[in-house]
Design a protein around this ligand. Structure first.
Ligand SMILES: NC(=O)c1ccc[n+]([C@@H]2O[C@H](COP(=O)([O-])OP(=O)(O)OC[C@H]3O[C@@H](n4cnc5c(N)ncnc54)[C@H](O)[C@@H]3O)[C@@H](O)[C@H]2O)c1
Length: 371
């Protein structure tokens, strides 16, 4: 088992990564949560459908009374109504401050259950067991707990660090290909911004044109190393700027436009990693337009995208629907926009006050059928 210690102002916490985590989990609970008397596991109907037996077996081994709360699957359920549902269950189960919420699911469940854990009794124990690649390399780490509101992404939330993260990379094997692509988008971001080796590992371990190549890729040992590296990078970035005041914005490469694409397509028609993949291409195009980097970088990235089946274009849509969502970007001030752009691979740079026409032109360029 590999362990990373995440260091934050609120608390330091361990991240355990192992394909055999279910064997260790009960022991980790007994050792790390001596004061806890009950467990509430929050998951969704899809994940529960796949892992019901596994979940029950692990929880039984923990020797604490437990309850399972099931939320409907989907980004559209990451909202206050679902949080309210969880609060009611926590009250029904008479949950106290020392008791544990386990978020067992992807980023949606992690954000939602984390939000409920952070607010119930002003914060109860939180364990993330991420079951998607996005959850494992990104959303479970760093303490952002949040829900969507009124079709605005991630607008109501806070920072609440978990008490433990348990990552089992084999849980990803049941993801469908779209979800694998979703996670790979985020991993490519780590490669482009922080560690070129990740891009090389991805490229070398994916067989060209083979139908099941992505599933085969995520089953390799190298992919487990990649998960570890991404977790390590994220914990180090968060340790430098836990509250996302400046440096942590670096993780936002591809996300400035990516989040707007998600909003423009009503949050559920296009998944997060896919929107981020397209967002990265548009932000590379903006970097090129501003003379920060040469065209070559784009061809290298597109070559990798092809192998990994990552999307780089969006269906034609009124561009204002995308740029209109920019005003909700947390990095922006009233009169100043802020992007993470690239001066090269692993050379990220913050860039301010980009002219709207540059943004609009590059978004339009990424649309299918745009002449
Ligand atoms: N808090 C953060 O720092 C942070 C960072 C990145 C993303 N996010 C958030 O995370 C969410 C995206 O995460 P996601 O991509 O994991 O989405 P998700 O949670 O919706 O999961 C994607 C799909 O995979 C299914 N699924 C989950 N685990 C599975 C498994 N093991 N096998 C089969 N299917 C499985 C889910 O039911 C869902 O249908 C967004 O809401 C995004 O805003 C948060």
């Amino acid at each position: 088992m590999r362990i990373i210690t995440a260091k934050t102002k609120l608390r330091n916490y361990p991240i355990y990564i192992s394909s055999k985590i279910s064997q260790y989990f009960p022991l980790l609970i007994k050792e790390n949560f001596k004061d806890s008397e009950k467990i509430v596991l929050v998951t969704n109907n899809k994940v529960f459908g796949i892992y019901e037996d596994k979940i029950n077996n692990i929880l039984k081994e923990c020797s604490l009374p437990y309850e399972i709360v099931i939320i409907q699957d989907g980004e559209e359920y990451k909202n206050l109504k679902s949080a309210d549902y969880i609060y009611r269950k926590l009250i029904d189960f008479n949950i106290h401050r020392n008791d544990i919420i386990i978020a067992f699911g992807g980023g949606v469940i992690g954000d939602l259950a984390g939000f409920a854990a952070s607010t119930f009794h002003r914060g109860i124990k939180l364990i993330h067991c991420p079951t998607t690649i996005i959850g494992q390399v990104d959303s479970s780490i760093g303490g952002k707990v949040v829900v969507n509101y009124n079709n605005i992404k991630n607008v109501i939330g806070s920072f609440y660090q978990p008490h433990m993260i348990a990552i089992d990379p084999t849980l990803n094997y049941t993801l469908d290909e779209n979800q694998i692509i979703n996670g790979l988008g985020e991993i490519v971001k780590y490669g482009l911004v922080f560690k070129k080796k990740i891009l090389e590992q991805l490229s070398e371990n994916v067989e060209d044109k083979k139908k099941d190549r992505l599933l085969e890729l995520i089953k390799t040992e190298v992919f487990k190393d990649i998960i570890y590296d991404c977790c390590y990078i994220k914990t180090r970035v968060v340790a430098k700027d836990e509250f996302d005041l400046d440096y942590r914005n670096i993780l936002n490469f591809g996300h400035t436009i990516g989040h707007c694409i998600e909003s423009a397509f009503n949050l559920s028609e296009i998944n997060h990693g896919m929107a981020i993949s397209i967002g990265m291409i548009i932000e590379i195009d903006i970097s090129i337009s501003l003379g920060l980097v040469s065209e070559d970088i784009k061809s290298v990235v597109l070559e990798l995208y092809k192998k990994l089946k990552l999307p780089y274009r969006i269906p034609k849509i009124d561009v204002e629907k995308i740029t209109g969502a920019l005003k909700y970007d947390k990095k922006f001030k009233t009169a100043q926009n802020k992007f993470v752009l690239l001066k090269g691979i692993n050379k990220p740079v913050f860039y301010y006050n980009i002219e709207k026409s540059v943004i609009v032109d590059n978004i339009k360029k990424s649309m299918y059928n745009y002449l």
